[in-house]
Ligand binder design. Structure first.
Ligand code: ADP
Ligand code: MG
Length: 369
């Protein structure tokens, strides 16, 4: 989360750069990924209405807004199920005369960030506005392409969301919960330490929990852990207590026995056993913590989710991230991959893999400018 809204051009900056906007064709990347029912009717037009402040700002200045969005998950080819027709009709009621391109994901060039598709998108376009926060973590053609070729800015909605995100970082909502897992234990202990001051509780799964179990003197069998970090974990457990913070560790584990058989354990693993996932009881307990939070940061899978036998802890936590009313932020390459694998990446508020490619593209703008 390193976004600085000040460094990203706003609509006002765009006007300063272009002067008179009247007659200018402005490509607006919106998030019109609205829920549709079985008959293709829009269930909730919130995302369309949310784009109106940007669209109206442009049309009030005489600009022609050409909107573009993805809808659902077509497989890089036209699919009538995901046609923009219903969205176009609703948009025309809300803001007559605004153009809307066909579903961006009907073209395989969108997700592939194909330069030929970018060229098609900016053809005849004078400026670009990104108002699709939910898509800005993806290096897709419509997100990162146009800023390289035409003057670009963030729309009102994107601006608001970036500000909210920064506000939450500086002034988190409580309960603020950090859910940590994954394999890179020593990397993340630094994060744990830093988070301990801002969060109300830490939820720990993945291979990371075994270093904590070892710190508690529990047998962990042959599970992955980092012996040289055991003392750090002991200290963190003590510090958390002193600061009134809760560290939630799993109370059951799934993995393999010494014979390589799939098994469920408590928190004391027999000799030769390996823990590869949090157990169902822990997954349910972690879900409760996430559901009760107002802000959740998640980094690191709860288990070796690449193996379906050990994916359920990560899937359950991902589902809780999707279901909770809390503001949800997911960081880390493998965590983002897990979310995408479970098709829940559109259900969290923010997926951060370092900087957002969409914001990065706006910040850098056209080559040589
Ligand atoms: P991220 O990329 O989200 O920051 P990491 O790279 O730290 O996450 O960790 C992801 C990896 O951790 C995954 O490949 C997963 O298989 C592995 N992992 C999680 N839990 C365990 C475990 N109990 N034992 C072995 N590997 C694990
Ligand atoms: Mg990783």
């Amino acid at each position: 989360m390193s976004e600085t809204p000040g460094a990203i051009p706003t609509l006002e900056d765009l006007e300063t750069q272009l002067g008179d906007l009247s007659g200018k064709r402005v490509l607006v990347r919106t998030d019109f990924n609205v829920p549709l029912d079985d008959d293709g009717e829009i269930v909730d037009d919130f995302r369309i209405r949310a784009a109106l402040p940007t669209i109206e700002w442009l049309t009030e200045r005489g600009a022609v807004a050409v909107t573009a969005s993805h809808l659902g998950r077509p497989k890089g080819a036209p699919d009538p199920k995901y046609s923009m027709d219903a969205v176009r009709a609703r948009l025309d009621e809300l803001s007559p005369g605004v153009e809307l391109l066909e579903n961006l994901r009907f073209d395989p060039g969108e997700t592939a960030n194909d330069p030929a598709f970018v060229a098609e998108l900016v053809d005849g376009i004078d400026a670009y506005v990104n108002d699709a926060f939910g898509a800005s973590h993806r290096a897709h053609a419509s997100i990162v392409g146009p800023p390289q070729f035409v003057p670009s800015a963030m729309g009102r909605l994107l601006q608001k969301e970036v500000e909210v995100l920064l506000g939450l970082r500086n002034k988190p909502k409580h309960p603020f919960v950090a859910v940590l897992g994954g394999a890179k234990i020593s990397d993340k202990l630094g994060v744990v330490e830093a988070l301990l001051d801002v969060v109300d509780s830490l939820v720990i799964g993945g291979a990371m929990c075994f270093t904590f179990f070892a710190a508690q003197g529990k047998p962990i069998g042959d599970s992955l852990f980092e012996p040289d970090q055991v003392d750090t974990c002991k200290r963190l457990l003590g510090e958390a207590g002193a600061k009134g913070k809760t560290i939630h560790l799993p109370d059951d584990i799934t993995g393999t026995t010494a014979d390589g058989e799939y098994a469920t354990f408590g928190t004391r693993l027999p000799d030769g056993a390996k823990g590869f996932d949090i157990g169902p009881g822990s997954a349910a307990a972690f879900t409760d913590v996430i559901m009760d939070a107002r802000m959740v940061f998640w980094n690191g899978p709860m288990g070796m989710f690449e193996d379906e036998r050990f994916a359920s802890g990560t899937r359950t936590v991902a589902q809780a991230m999707a279901d909770t009313k809390a503001f949800t932020v997911v960081g880390g390459g493998d965590s983002a991959a897990a979310l995408a694998q479970f098709k829940l990446d559109d259900e969290v508020d923010h997926v951060s893999n370092g900087d957002l490619p969409g914001l990065e593209a706006l910040r850098h703008g056209m080559k040589g400018s």
